[in-house]
Design a protein around this ligand. Structure first.
Ligand SMILES: [Zn+2]
Length: 204
């Protein structure tokens, strides 16, 4: 590999950690930043800094937010008797785009993956159970499992359904339909597909 001056090599190393960025792309981005104006380069650095300074996870739903609790959790027009479990904060956007869901969310930040050492303890579930306990107080309440229809996502949904049934036997649990192409991430589902997946959800 070509040798770069230390500051350049350092930036390339950092950029390579981004998902989907290989060595070649990292070099291209680094050279682009080097050639860009001081204003643009500083704006990029400041945006990254501000992101880490001002964003945190919502203490209720684990969504990424600048205020705690987040805007979904405190919005009085949202149906608090519906909670939809998603894998990542970005999945919320996919569901919001459909405009057919008005409940709350719970982001578990990942999927069960025994081969990668990810068990239930590595998912953000500790603040889920008190929320579900409160949910059982309402007869119309529903927990929607919107994990991706991948092998890991299905295993995670199965675990969550079993564990919820065990703790709160009366709570209605549904799983989104596989209108989302099997094996794909719900992040890439289009609005029509996602709407169908939500509407076609089945009770577990
Ligand atoms: Zn929240």
């Amino acid at each position: 590999m070509q040798r770069f001056a230390e500051p350049m090599a350092r930036l390339i190393d950092e950029l390579r950690k981004l998902p989907g960025v290989g060595t070649k792309s990292a070099q291209r981005y680094a050279f682009h930043i080097l050639r860009s104006s001081d204003t643009d380069a500083n704006a990029l650095a400041a945006a990254i800094h501000a992101l880490k300074q001002h964003l945190r996870l919502c203490s209720l739903c684990n969504n990424i937010t600048d205020v705690d609790p987040c805007h979904y959790c405190t919005n009085p027009t949202r149906n608090e008797h519906l909670i939809c479990i998603v894998e990542e904060p970005t999945n919320i956007a996919a569901i919001e785009k459909t405009r057919s869901y008005n409940g709350l969310y719970h982001v578990i930040h990942g999927t069960l993956s025994p081969v990668n050492g990810i068990g239930p303890d590595q998912l953000r579930l500790t603040n889920l159970w008190p929320r579900l306990a409160k949910l059982t107080e309402d007869a119309t309440a529903e927990l929607i499992l919107a994990d991706s229809p991948t092998v890991e996502g299905e295993a995670t949904a199965r675990y969550l359904a079993d564990e919820t049934h065990r703790r709160f036997s009366t709570l209605r649990i549904t799983r989104i339909a596989t209108g989302v192409p099997a094996g794909s991430d719900i992040e890439y589902a289009d609005e029509v597909t996602m709407t169908r997946a939500l509407e076609g959800r089945r009770t577990l």
